[in-house]
Design a protein around this ligand. Structure first.
Ligand code: ZN
Length: 212
């Protein structure tokens, strides 16, 4: 075969191969990616957090975190991992390390608030002073959703120096209500109200994960 013919043949084969490859059907979509979110029930063990009229913040935080985890079990694409499931105190670094070791998409810490003025009531969300765009987006989503599902006063997102600065993950701390506000303290112990808070936290997490 003349050299020119060989070149032409090779060229032709390349074109045919390219056309075949290009016409391959698209691969089936991958199953929904599993997102891990670490949810932290603030305080625990020897650290009760705020204590008002015998109500300990650590117990309220844990009850809500457990409810969020239970609700999330119905969602195949999401796994909510808790930093504690009982009355124990993992250090703050241990809590963050858990989130990092799992490659968590977000770390959310659940707290109940205290203020000397009992008239101050409502939901607020905190980010670290150095929080980036993603932490702010997470905080906004949580704040909006929890204020909405509870109907509690929406006290907005605030910045404060927090241990959350020790991780690069998106992080936010939700203060789900004031134990120092008598009406809210009663609600925070009510399973139905805890459930509304839990729905709000879950909605906020999903809104954050769904809109990158
Ligand atoms: Zn707290």
């Amino acid at each position: 075969m003349p050299k020119a013919a060989v070149v032409l043949l090779l060229f032709g084969l390349t074109v045919v191969l390219a056309v075949l490859l290009a016409s391959q059907p698209a691969p089936p979509p991958l199953p929904v990616e599993l997102a891990v979110v670490v949810l932290d029930a603030g305080h625990g063990g020897p650290d009760p957090g705020a204590v008002v009229a015998g109500v300990e913040e650590k117990d309220v935080n844990l009850a809500i975190a457990l409810r969020v985890q239970r609700k999330a079990e119905a969602l195949p694409g999401l796994r909510v991992v808790l930093t504690r499931t009982g009355d124990v105190y993992p250090t703050l670094d241990e809590r963050l390390e858990l989130a990092e070791s799992l490659g968590a998409k977000a770390y959310v810490s659940v707290h109940a608030n205290y203020y000397r003025d009992p008239k101050v009531c409502g939901v607020e969300t905190w980010v670290d002073t150095g929080a980036g765009r993603e932490s702010l987006r997470l905080a906004q989503a949580l704040q909006e959703a929890v204020a909405s599902t509870t109907g509690a006063p929406d006290r907005g997102v605030h910045r404060q120096t927090l241990y959350l600065r020790r991780t690069p993950l998106p992080t936010a701390l939700v203060e789900v209500g004031y134990l120092s506000c008598p009406a809210e303290r009663a609600k925070l112990q009510d399973p139905a109200y805890q459930d509304r808070i839990a729905s709000g936290i879950l909605q906020g997490i999903l809104a954050f994960l769904g809109a990158p």
